[in-house]
Design a binder for this molecule. Structure first.
Ligand SMILES: Nc1nc2c(ncn2[C@@H]2O[C@H](COP(=O)(O)OP(=O)(O)OP(=O)(O)O)[C@@H](O)[C@H]2O)c(=O)[nH]1
Ligand SMILES: [Mg+2]
Length: 363
C-alpha cells in the first residue's frame, strides 16, 4: 500500500510567484495560520484513506465467512481502452479518473470490489504504449509489473478498434504472463454483433485465454458477470482490506487525481501531458470544512499561462469542477486552492515520481 503522505506544505518553496485560485474564499486565506489549539484537536490532517466516504456510493457490501477469498486482478490494455471505467464499474464507485484522452492513468490505482465471500483487489494500470519519455517508461513498466504480480490479468481491448497496431504488441507480451488471462472486449455498445464475434474468434486463436467477456464498462453491460467470474478466480484467504474500504490510496492523492482529470478535460494539446498535480495540504478548518491546497506543476511559463487562462478563467473552472466532485465524495464543504508552478524538469525529478507512486526509471 502506498504510504499515507504527511503534510508536505512546509517543504514547498515560497509560493510568491505562483498563482493561486480557489473558487470559494479569497486567496489571502492562503497565508492564514490555523491557531495551534485548533491544530491539536484536528484529526488526521491528510484526509485519511479513501474508504467509507466513497463506499457509500458502492451499494451493498458483505462481510466474509469461513470460505473467504482475496486476490489481485490487474487490468491492463492500450491507452483509452476503458480500463479505469471498468475498474470503477467493478468497484461501484469512482476510484480512478476517466477522460476521453489517452494516457489518463499514470500509476497503479487499486480499487476493492466485493462479491459474495470474495474481495477482489482490482489494479487499474496506465495504458501500455511505445514509451518515449521517462514518465512514459515508468507508466508502462508499472503496468507490466502489476500484471506479473497479480493473481489474474484482465486485458481490456476497445472492440471498436479491434486488434490494431496499438494492441498487437500488448497481446504478444500478454501471452507470456504466467497467470490466467481474461479478455474483456469493451465498448460493445459501439459495434455490431458480427464484428464482435469475429473479434472474439480472432482473440481465441491468438491467445490462450482463461475466459472472454464482451462488456460495456460504460453502460455496465456484462460487468456483473465479469465480477462474479473474477471472484471465483481469487485464491482462498482472509480479506486484506476492511469491508468498507474501496481503494488504498490516501484521499489526498485521490483528490489530486480529480484535479488532474478536470485539467485533462479542460486543457488541450500537450498541457495535460506536461503537467502533474500534488496535494500539498489537507486540513480540517472551522465548522468541519476541509481546506485543500494543491500544486500543479507545468514545464514552461507559456503552459502556466494556459492553465491560468484569460483572467484566470481556466483555473477557476478546473478548481470549481474539482472542488464540487471532492465535496460530493467526502460530503464535506471544501475550500480548494490551486497553485501553478513552473518546474522545467518535473518529469525528470524523482520526488515527483514518488508523489505519483511510480518507480523512477534511471533514464
Ligand atoms: N462507448 C463506450 N465508451 C467507453 C466504454 N468504456 C470506456 N469508455 C470511454 O472511453 C474513454 C476512455 O476511458 P478510460 O476508462 O479513461 O480508459 P483507460 O483505458 O483507463 O485509459 P488510460 O488511462 O488513458 O490508459 C472514456 O471517454 C470512457 O468514457 C464503453 O464501454 N463504451
Ligand atoms: Mg485509465
Amino acid at each position: 500500500m502506498p504510504e499515507t503522505r504527511k503534510n508536505k506544505a512546509d517543504a514547498l518553496p515560497d509560493a510568491e510567484n505562483d498563482e493561486a485560485a480557489g473558487d470559494a474564499p479569497a486567496t489571502e486565506e492562503h497565508h492564514t495560520q490555523i491557531p495551534e489549539y485548533e491544530r491539536r484537536r484536528l484529526p488526521e490532517e491528510d484526509g485519511g484513506p479513501v474508504s467509507a466516504a466513497l463506499a457509500a456510493e458502492s451499494g451493498t457490501r458483505h462481510a466474509p465467512g469461513a470460505g473467504s477469498r482475496c486476490g489481485f486482478a490487474a487490468v491492463i490494455g492500450a491507452p483509452n481502452a476503458g480500463k479505469s471505467t471498468l475498474v470503477n464499474a467493478l468497484v461501484g464507485a469512482k476510484v480512478s479518473i476517466v477522460t476521453h484522452k489517452a494516457q489518463t492513468t499514470r500509476t497503479r490505482v487499486r480499487g476493492i470490489a466485493l462479491n459474495g465471500e470474495a474481495q477482489i483487489v482490482l489494479v487499474d494500470t496506465p495504458g501500455i504504449f511505445a514509451p518515449k519519455r521517462r514518465l512514459d517508461r515508468a507508466m508502462v513498466e508499472t503496468a507490466w509489473t502489476e500484471a506479473r504480480e497479480a493473481d489474474v490479468a484482465v486485458l481490456v481491448v476497445d472492440a471498436a478498434r479491434g486488434f490494431d497496431d496499438t494492441v498487437d504488441p500488448i497481446v504478444n507480451e500478454a501471452a507470456n504472463l504466467k497467470i490466467p488471462l481474461i479478455l474483456a472486449l469493451n465498448k460493445v455498445d459501439k459495434i455490431h454483433k458480427e464484428k464482435l464475434l469475429a473479434l472474439a474468434g480472432e482473440a481465441s486463436d491468438r491467445l490462450k485465454l482463461d475466459s472472454l467477456f464482451m462488456i460495456s464498462a460504460l453502460s455496465g453491460d456484462g460487468v456483473e458477470d465479469l465480477r462474479a467470474f473474477l471472484a471465483a478466480r481469487m485464491p482462498y484467504g482472509p480479506w486484506l482490506f476492511p469491508e468498507d474500504q474501496i481503494a488504498d490510496a490516501p484521499l489526498r492523492q485521490w483528490a489530486a487525481e480529480i484535479t488532474r482529470e478536470k485539467m485533462f478535460i479542460r486543457l488541450h494539446e500537450e498541457i495535460p501531458y506536461s503537467s502533474t498535480v500534488e496535494t500539498t495540504s489537507w486540513k480540517t478548518v472551522r465548522k468541519g470544512a476541509v481546506r485543500i491546497e494543491q500544486t500543479i506543476f507545468v514545464e514552461r511559463e507559456s503552459q502556466r499561462k494556459i492553465v491560468l487562462g484569460a483572467k484566470g478563467q481556466a483555473i477557476k473552472h478546473i478548481s470549481m469542477e474539482a472542488r464540487k466532485e471532492i465535496e460530493e465524495a467526502i460530503e464535506t464543504p471544501v475550500h480548494l486552492f490551486l497553485f501553478v508552478k513552473v518546474r522545467e524538469n518535473w518529469a525528470d525529478d524523482p520526488e515527483r515520481y514518488r508523489e505519483m507512486g511510480l518507480d523512477f526509471p534511471k533514464k
